[in-house]
Design a protein around this ligand. Structure first.
Ligand code: ZN
Length: 310
């Protein structure tokens, strides 16, 4: 009898706690930073690194620092720039842009929500820049609030044309691929497409392929390759060299397809996951940078993809 009562009391308490938790969840959306505590300064290392500015074409520049890259475009009526990267890099970026032009930064376009690209924009916000992102980034920013990431002032759904001075940009959302709010930027009248975290030229993709939808990644890369019909020949990526031919996109797509089909074939044969990670090779891609560092993690991630649909 006592046991039954104890069970009942326990169950009732569990239910009450569950209800309270559910109510708490209703009241306040989940937050990665619920106390609004300062985010640790994980980019402190950046202050020891040298910035690099490269002129790509008339009025088109790329700034690289601490392993990431952005683009800034001088239009005659102000500057349009992509990601501020991180608070340390953004300070240095501001000085470097000033060496090129005294025009103010009018727009900051977030490539996506991840902090290694999106953080540090406060100094540009303070000088009056308007921030733009694909609309789904707003939910991401709310879910992962960071005081170094100003909320966008302007959002768009599928396409947005941004004109300033003598430059016209076409902002495009191509569906889920890396995160679910990635913006591709076509600089109209030029051969350039700006994109981030889709095809770091000449390198294997990083580690465990964080926040990628693998089949959508392949689909998107094919869409980018087809932009050759619209005059795109050159990409400017968020990591790697200042620019690269469109063949870098093809190389990344072929690597992913080979990786996925090789892993799938082993799984269909019944090879255990650990064994696949240990033994699989893709000899035709050994020339890529960081294969030694990332390949086994890439394989493990693809096993997860086929095992749980992630
Ligand atoms: Zn990212």
């Amino acid at each position: 009898m006592h046991k039954v009562f104890a069970w009942f009391l326990g169950a009732a308490l569990m239910c009450a706690m569950g209800t309270n938790l559910a109510m708490a969840r209703d009241k306040e959306p989940f937050s990665a930073n619920p106390t609004n505590a300062p985010i640790p300064s994980v980019f402190g290392f950046a202050k020891f690194m040298k910035p690099e500015v490269t002129k790509i074409d008339d009025g088109i520049y790329t700034f690289a620092h601490a392993g990431a890259r952005n683009v800034f475009i001088v239009t005659g009526q102000g500057v349009i720039m992509t990601d501020p990267l991180n608070p340390t890099s953004a300070q240095i970026m501001r000085e470097e842009i000033r060496k090129v032009t005294d025009q103010p930064v009018k727009y900051v376009i977030y490539s996506h929500g991840h902090w290694d690209h999106a953080a540090g924009g406060v100094i540009f916000k303070n000088e009056g820049a308007k921030f733009i992102s694909q609309e789904k980034c707003v939910a991401y920013f709310k879910n992962f609030p960071n005081p170094d990431v100003p909320m966008p002032d302007i959002t768009y759904k599928d396409h947005k044309t941004l004109k300033l001075g003598d430059k016209t940009l076409e902002l495009m959302y191509l569906g889920p691929n890396h995160s679910d709010c990635l913006t591709f930027i076509r600089i109209k009248g030029t051969p350039y497409l700006v994109m981030v975290d889709m095809a770091n030229p000449g390198s294997a993709p990083r580690g465990d392929l964080m926040d990628y939808s693998l089949h959508n990644w392949v689909r998107t890369l094919k869409e980018v390759e087809s932009m050759v019909a619209d005059g795109v020949t050159t990409i400017i990526e968020g990591h790697g060299p200042p620019s690269a031919p469109l063949s870098a996109v093809t190389e990344r797509r072929e690597y992913l397809e080979a990786l996925m089909s090789a892993v799938k074939a082993e799984m269909e044969k019944g090879t255990p996951g650990d064994k696949i990670v240990e033994t699989l090779t893709l000899p035709q891609f050994m020339h890529l940078k960081n294969m030694d560092k990332y390949f086994k993690k890439n394989v493990d991630r693809v096993i997860s993809y086929y095992t749980i649909g992630y």
